[in-house]
Design a protein around this ligand. Structure first.
Ligand code: NAD
Length: 377
């Protein structure tokens, strides 16, 4: 069955159809973002349409989740996978892991279009990459899907604990976020004791609830917000947290804002209203515009813990599964998020640059340094 369509073939097909401008723009896009390889997967028999993006493999195989989403267009799917795979390179690099950055998207409605055959067909595309890309769960995919992929290839993590996986990453992610908060509190208040501080946790799903638990155990005053009203009341009761309405988040006088739901919640509109001293949460891509909003936060004196640094617990969990590290080593690597956050803050202060820029510089330096030693064998 000829279902493997790689990027070279995609280029060729597009050229043959006379649409050379879109080839140029895709390749320009890859050059601009520094991507190594993009694989377009097409299997008419199962309906699979997926894009695997490998950003950088200097430090190791590109690891990234597979997101299944009903994108409005292929261009939108490509843009998403390029952005997400690049972020994975930075997340792995700053976390000290020997992993590169990658990500994949399957185009389609995960509630309707997902079948065993589709996931296994996708698994074969991963297999053909011979370990250059390793995947895991993301939005729209589950541990069950990872099991289907595992039927075709070993290059998958996030399988259930019962078949050798490292289990639910959410508690580890929450622990990393908690330590990131502590590192920021140390900077702002001179001690990392959290008792008496106040935190707004936006989104009390898998990660958010674990974070609320850790914070309450340290006697932090916790405000919670979630669009799921039933869950909101249940979690608020269980941890003695204060449930607040979504539109109160940015006006409340709490010390810390922990975004644990959506991306881009730190933007022109919200920054204006914020009275927080610290922003530190698990959500990916918290800044609406990296450059602009990182600088605005610095100008306003709000300390921002770069999202990909403090939410790396999930990736660390996958890395442990891949390398066979046990829970102890997973926890050690996660605990290092405290020191890594302190290091980012130190560089940000020394150079008077936003913390997100300081984090990128540290990640890029590690990749450049390792690239040099690799050429000396
Ligand atoms: P989840 O789906 O379990 O929880 C998200 C919660 O946010 C849900 O309860 C949802 O109702 C709520 N929510 C959605 N929109 C909201 C809004 N506008 N206001 C308030 N609440 C809203 O997801 P999760 O696994 O807890 O992940 C949370 C965030 O952390 C996501 O952005 C995810 O990408 C990121 N993240 C998660 C992990 C992990 O290990 N699970 C790792 C790294 C990053």
């Amino acid at each position: 069955m000829d279902f493997y369509l790689n990027f070279a073939a995609y280029q060729l097909n597009t050229r043959m159809s006379g649409n050379s401008s879109s080839v140029t723009s895709i390749l320009d896009q890859l050059s601009a973002s520094g991507h190594k390889k993009v694989v377009f997967c097409n299997d008419p028999d199962t309906g699979l349409k997926a894009i695997i993006a490998i950003h950088d493999t200097t430090l190791g195989p590109a690891l990234g989740g597979t997101r299944m989403w009903n994108y409005n267009s292929e261009a939108e799917a490509l843009e998403d996978v390029l952005r997400l795979s690049k972020a994975m390179t930075y997340k792995a690099a700053i976390s000290g892991l020997n992993l590169g950055g990658g990500k994949a998207v399957i185009i389609g409605d995960s509630r309707k279009a997902k079948t065993e055959a589709l996931m296994r067909s996708y698994g074969r595309f991963i297999k053909n990459l011979n370990g250059e890309f390793v995947t895991a769960e993301d939005m729209g995919t589950t541990t069950r899907d990872m099991e289907y992929i595992r039927m075709e290839t070993n290059h998958v993590t996030g399988v259930p604990e019962s078949i050798g996986g490292a289990g639910d990453p959410a508690p580890i992610t929450a622990k990393g976020v908690f330590l990131g908060i502590k590192a920021c509190v140390k900077e702002v208040y001179g001690t990392d004791m959290l008792a008496g501080r106040s935190v707004v946790v936006q989104g009390i799903g898998n990660v958010g609830e674990h974070l609320v638990d850790l914070l309450r155990k340290e006697n932090v005053e916790v405000y919670v917000s979630d669009i799921n009203e039933e869950r909101l009341q249940q979690v608020a009761r269980k941890y003695k947290a204060k449930a607040i309405e979504a539109d109160k988040i940015f006006t409340i006088g709490a010390d810390i804002y922990a975004p644990c739901a959506l991306g881009a919640t730190v933007n022109d509109k919200t920054i204006k209203k914020m009275k927080f001293a610290i922003i530190a949460g698990s959500a990916n891509n918290q800044l609406g515009d990296e450059e602009l909003h990182g600088q605005l936060l610095l100008d306003k004196g709000i300390l921002y813990a770069p999202d990909y640094l403090i939410n790396a617990g999930g990736l660390i969990n996958c890395y442990s599964e891949l390398t066979g590290f046990g829970k102890k080593r997973t926890m050690q690597l996660t605990e290092n998020i405290y020191n890594a956050t302190r290091e980012v803050i130190k560089l940000s202060k020394a150079e008077n640059i936003p913390t997100n820029l300081a984090a990128s510089r540290i990640a890029e330096k590690r990749i450049a340094d390792i690239k040099k030693i690799k050429s000396s064998y």
